[in-house]
Design a protein around this ligand. Structure first.
Ligand code: URA
Length: 504
């Protein structure tokens, strides 16, 4: 804080209604501390950063510069600088790397609320807290991706340092910490990582910030590439290739950074033409001796399934969602609700049915006399699928292949929770639970089905109740949901595998 209660530039700018310019977390932190000390509310501060707004100092001269009268200062001087716990500050620092146009304003709101005693702002259950967590997560994911997918190319020995160069297009501002990661691991060898916004050089002893040095990957020396491709070919095993898994594992926009990306399509088509039937790669298979024919089933790769939902790449939806939304509820709940997919609020909170549809579900439970806390609530698809509409993210119905890809997780939940009754909320959930589209919502409404040793009760999706036009239709749909839940509850006393054949 400024000595003797003299406000610094950020405070004077905010009081004069001018934008507070910051370039990076350290500057933001210093400005934020000062603004907090002078109790300047978030609504009174406009933030600008040079990357997002080139004309940084346009407009009126900053308050307090010569010839400027300056704004009126609060009569009461600054408060002592607030103590911000280290872990919280680290979280803010991480979130600050997330490329959101309003990041500085958002972070100031968060820290302001914290200082006002609203410590829930750190919690994922809070709206700002959820966003903060999502930003941190996005940054961590980007750091991880950059560690995994960056490729250094060796330059000719006579070209001078740096010996290795790499090009990468990060989605967030993670270059400094990623450079530190490599500096800690690559010893004294010199290297450079270039990105569209900045470059970092390691001279064997320390890191140097080199600004935007090159315009693109074509400007980087790639003499090391041939070596890399030879290596990649030698480790490529067509018998273990599953192109789909490979594509799911590495997002397509990452392929362009990988030198092997150029030869993979060729090797994939080779494998599809027959290399898979001979459990050896061309070069080995052409050598004298016996080739080993193997059955296609045996040639199937051991599919590496993600062990954590949030690492799931079984379909492409993860790329656009903030996070995967797992089911929530008692581990051994007897009733399981299955919805369609998380909505906007669920995507931010990481919990199912917490938005408007969730509120309606709460009312249905209340009306049916069933405590929602006793029910396990989940979705057929675990990532939010959406399309932009202005500033909003509008729900988009998941495709069949996305529903199928997510069966993997629903199956795990069914096996773990082992509910006696599954309540399918709407057509997508029904299709997913029964694994068939032949039973329709209309046909099964109010008629319980036996399926795989448990009851399946079909009812409307809460969003249908919210959207259906007309008071009478709305009331009827709501009542159908209440009746469906009452029916589910009544079925708890009737074992589903006692008699009659199942539906699926
Ligand atoms: N709609 C759903 O199907 N699931 C949710 O979690 C929220 C809205």
């Amino acid at each position: 804080m400024a000595a003797g209660g003299v406000p610094n530039l950020a405070v004077r700018q905010a009081l004069a209604g001018q934008a507070v310019a910051v370039d990076g977390f350290a500057e933001w932190r210093d400005a934020a501390r000062e603004l907090l000390a002078w109790e300047i509310a978030p609504e009174r501060v406009t933030w600008r950063s040079p990357q997002e707004d080139g004309d940084l100092f346009s407009g009126a001269a900053p308050a307090g510069t010569p010839g400027h009268a300056g704004p009126a200062l609060p009569e009461r001087g600054p408060r002592p600088a607030p103590h911000i716990p280290r872990a919280f500050m680290e979280m803010l620092q991480s979130a600050a790397c997330c490329r959101m146009p309003d990041r500085w304003a958002f972070l100031y709101r968060v820290i302001w609320r914290w200082q006002q005693g609203e410590h829930d702002v750190q919690s994922p259950a809070d709206e700002d807290g959820a966003r903060l967590h999502a930003m941190v997560k996005a940054v961590r994911r980007e750091e991880h991706d950059m560690h995994a997918y960056i490729r250094f190319r060796e330059r000719p020995a006579d070209a001078g340092p740096p010996r290795f160069v790499a090009w990468y297009e990060p989605r967030h501002d993670v270059l400094p910490q990623v450079a530190r990661h490599f500096a800690d691991r690559m010893g004294k060898v010199t290297w450079m990582i270039a990105t569209p916004e900045a470059s970092v050089l390691w001279d064997g002893h320390m890191l140097h910030d080199a600004g935007p040095l090159v315009k693109g990957p074509e400007e980087l020396e790639d003499s090391g590439e041939a070596l890399w491709l030879t290596y990649y070919r030698s480790i490529f095993n067509p018998a273990r290739l599953n192109a789909e898994v490979m594509r799911q594992h590495i997002a397509s926009d990452r392929w362009k950074h990988l030198p092997e990306g150029k030869i993979v399509p060729h090797m994939v088509s080779e494998a599809a033409r027959g290399a898979r039937k001979v459990g050896q790669y061309d070069a080995v298979g052409q050598r004298k001796g016996t080739t080993i024919p193997i059955a296609p089933e045996a040639a199937q790769p051991e599919r590496q399934q993600p062990s954590k939902l949030d690492e799931c790449r079984r379909c492409a939806l993860w790329q656009f969602a903030t996070q995967a939304v797992p089911g929530d509820g008692p581990k051994q709940a007897r009733i399981m609700f299955v919805g369609e997919q998380p909505g906007d609020q669920e995507d931010l909170a990481g919990l199912p049915f917490v938005g408007p549809a969730g509120k309606l579900l709460d009312s249905v439970c209340e009306q049916a006399g069933v405590d929602r806390a006793t029910i396990y609530v989940t979705n057929a698809v675990k990532h939010f699928k959406w399309e932009p509409r202005g500033k909003r993210r509008l729900h988009k119905t998941p495709a069949q292949r996305e529903i199928e890809a997510c069966h993997y997780w629903l199956d795990k939940e069914l096996a773990r929770v082992r509910p006696d009754v599954v309540v399918a909320l709407g057509a997508t959930a029904l299709k997913s639970v029964l694994r068939t589209a032949t039973v329709t919502l209309k046909d099964s409404l109010g008629k319980p089905l036996r399926h795989e040793g448990r009851w399946v009760v079909t009812t409307y999706h809460p969003s249908y109740v919210l959207r259906v036009p007309g008071e009478e239709a709305k009331r009827a749909a709501f009542q159908a949901m209440v009746d469906g839940l009452k029916l589910a509850h009544a079925l708890l006393d009737r074992p589903a595998d006692a008699d009659a054949a199942g539906a699926g």
